[in-house]
Design a protein around this ligand. Structure first.
Ligand code: UDP
Length: 236
């Protein structure tokens, strides 16, 4: 099967990754497939923390005429829905999971407490971080960078709709070139749309490598953990 490259990972699942081909809401089949992959990774003795996005329901910038802060709180709520769905799918296959939210909602989930999150990971529980950073004007990519730094994850696995980083949008340009690896600074200088610049800078400053790959094949999570050639590797 191969040996995992990492002991502790931060997996970022965008909301879209949970919507499957529907593109909106939750696709049970897709979520179940992702859960099975996560279980396999846990079995390799890799500690798994997850940050979930919310774009399959709502993004702050979708609320054009709304107050931005309110719209962002709605986006954070969307990530909680996704976190609970993922927890349910994982616990259905006997993977012990804790959801921690950056905005307190104690009846639903634990509040985010770094030390407690690390303790769960050490006990091989999956920890799902929901409600982003708890602050408007941020993204769940920035949340992934922040939580990865806090829990000292060795890598961020960034599972996206697009399978890698390209020099231009591959859906609009047939001649788009894929990067096998690229530096943070090149991403920032070229304005490559992989993460927002806040998230990229946070990773750069804290030297957290990022592996970007597509979730079209859920098996990619395991491949990424095993260090198989896949997607794009972002580093110093
Ligand atoms: N959000 C926020 N603060 C955070 C994280 C997320 O305000 O720390 C809001 C923001 O409105 C964002 C939405 O939650 O658009 C959903 O997150 P994101 O767009 O990052 O989800 P993804 O694109 O990964 O599905």
């Amino acid at each position: 099967m191969g040996k995992p490259l990492y002991k502790r990972i931060l997996l970022k699942l965008s909301g879209e990754a949970l919507a499957g081909s529907k593109g909106f809401g939750l696709d049970t089949e897709t979520i179940n497939q992702i859960a099975v992959q996560i279980k396999e990774v846990i079995r390799m003795d890799v500690q798994v923390a997850i940050v979930v996005g919310g774009g399959n329901f709502w993004r702050g910038r979708s609320g054009e005429s709304m107050d931005r802060t309110t719209a962002d709180y709605m986006g954070m709520m969307a990530t909680v829905i996704n976190g609970l769905a993922l927890q349910d799918a994982l616990e259905n296959i006997d993977v012990i999971t804790r959801v921690q939210t950056a905005i307190e909602m104690r009846q639903i989930a634990e509040p985010y407490i770094r030390r407690r999150a690390v303790r769960h990971l050490e006990k091989n529980r999956v920890v799902i971080f929901a409600a982003g950073t708890g602050n408007p004007y941020f993204s769940t990519d920035t949340t992934a960078a922040l939580r990865a730094a806090e829990i000292e994850a060795e890598v961020i696995l960034l599972a996206k709709k697009v399978d890698a980083v390209y020099d231009k949008d591959p859906n609009q340009n047939d001649d788009a070139c894929k990067f096998d690896d690229v530096s943070y600074i090149e991403i920032l200088n070229r304005g490559l749309k992989v993460m927002d610049s806040t998230a990229t800078s946070l990773c750069m400053d804290n030297k957290i490598p990022i592996k970007v790959f597509g979730l079209d094949d859920p098996g990619n999570i395991k491949k990424a953990v095993l260090g198989k050639s896949l997607g794009t590797y972002i580093h110093s």
